[in-house]
Design a protein around this ligand. Structure first.
Ligand code: ADP
Ligand code: UDP
Length: 237
């Protein structure tokens, strides 16, 4: 497959056109960012670990009937994906309170959320990804109501599949962010599912195994991502 011009360079991944107009190449770089791009570092092996981790999770989701953009791994740091018309909205499900919800609502980290809660954020780094609701999405034309309903349905379906999967590795899926796009009019899961975009805690010790290690300067960031993979039976060599 030929790699053509760069379509987009994000904070952690670059996206390239290919010889097939329906397919793109996602390059997972070692760049790691937090706080809307205010903290950025290069972490050795992270691109490779996240690329392989994402491929593994996307295949699990596809096997459970979830429509995803993932086609195949192309190299250590690259995957082939369906080209989507991205919807500029982030879908977040939270099983346990952590991160921004604790600051926003003054709740303690670690509280169980039953039922899990759901939030939309506008993908807009310059404005710090503000929280929005379904009315905003419709009024500003970011997505049609039937697509919003589908995004919610798929995001909750992902929760059922991945909570169970991570539990097999003795991990709690605390929260996660998903992005969607349209392909031939259908809502499809895009972007990535890696420890960069979710929170994972050890069941017994509640040790953080995700990007909070980077945000909070806890160290062993990529080592923890690899440990998460190993606990699920994934090898990175
Ligand atoms: P950010 O844009 O937040 O800095 P990344 O560095 O992860 O994030 O960049 C990847 C970009 O590629 C994101 O803007 C994402 O919306 C976009 N993207 C992900 N999957 C697809 C896809 N299948 N088709 C088109 N764009 C995609
Ligand atoms: N998240 C993400 N990208 C973003 C914002 C959030 O991947 O731009 C993920 C984050 O890693 C966490 C979940 O979405 O797993 C909820 O994030 P939160 O709103 O708590 O924001 P944070 O405090 O992590 O910035």
């Amino acid at each position: 497959m030929n790699k053509y011009d760069e379509l987009y360079r994000g904070k952690a991944k670059s996206v390239y056109f290919t010889d097939d107009p329906d397919l793109l190449i996602l390059h997972f770089r070692n760049d790691t960012s937090a706080f809307d791009g205010k903290k950025i570092e290069q972490l050795d092996r992270k691109g490779m670990v996240n690329n392989k981790f994402n491929g593994f999770i996307m295949e699990k989701l596809a096997a459970a009937g979830i429509p995803t953009h993932f086609e195949s791994l192309l190299s250590d740091e690259e995957s082939v994906v369906l080209k989507l018309e991205m919807i500029p909205v982030e879908c977040v499900v939270r099983n346990i309170a952590a991160g921004s919800i604790c600051k926003r609502l003054g709740v303690e980290e670690g509280i169980d959320l039953t039922p899990p809660t759901f939030e939309f954020f506008l993908k807009d780094d310059a404005r710090g990804d503000p929280m929005i609701n379904e009315y905003h999405i419709e009024s500003f034309g970011w997505a049609k109501p039937e697509h919003v309903a589908k995004m919610k349905e798929i995001t909750f379906a992902v929760n059922d599949v991945l909570k169970a999967l991570f539990l097999t590795g003795n991990m709690l899926l605390v929260d996660y962010k998903l992005e969607f796009g349209l392909h031939k009019g259908q809502v499809v899961l895009g972007d990535e599912f890696t420890p960069d975009g979710c929170r994972l805690w050890d069941v017994d010790t509640r040790e953080k195994l995700d990007k909070d290690r980077f945000r909070q300067g806890l160290g062993d960031v990529v080592e923890s991502y690899e440990l998460v993979g190993h606990r699920l039976g994934l090898n990175f060599d």
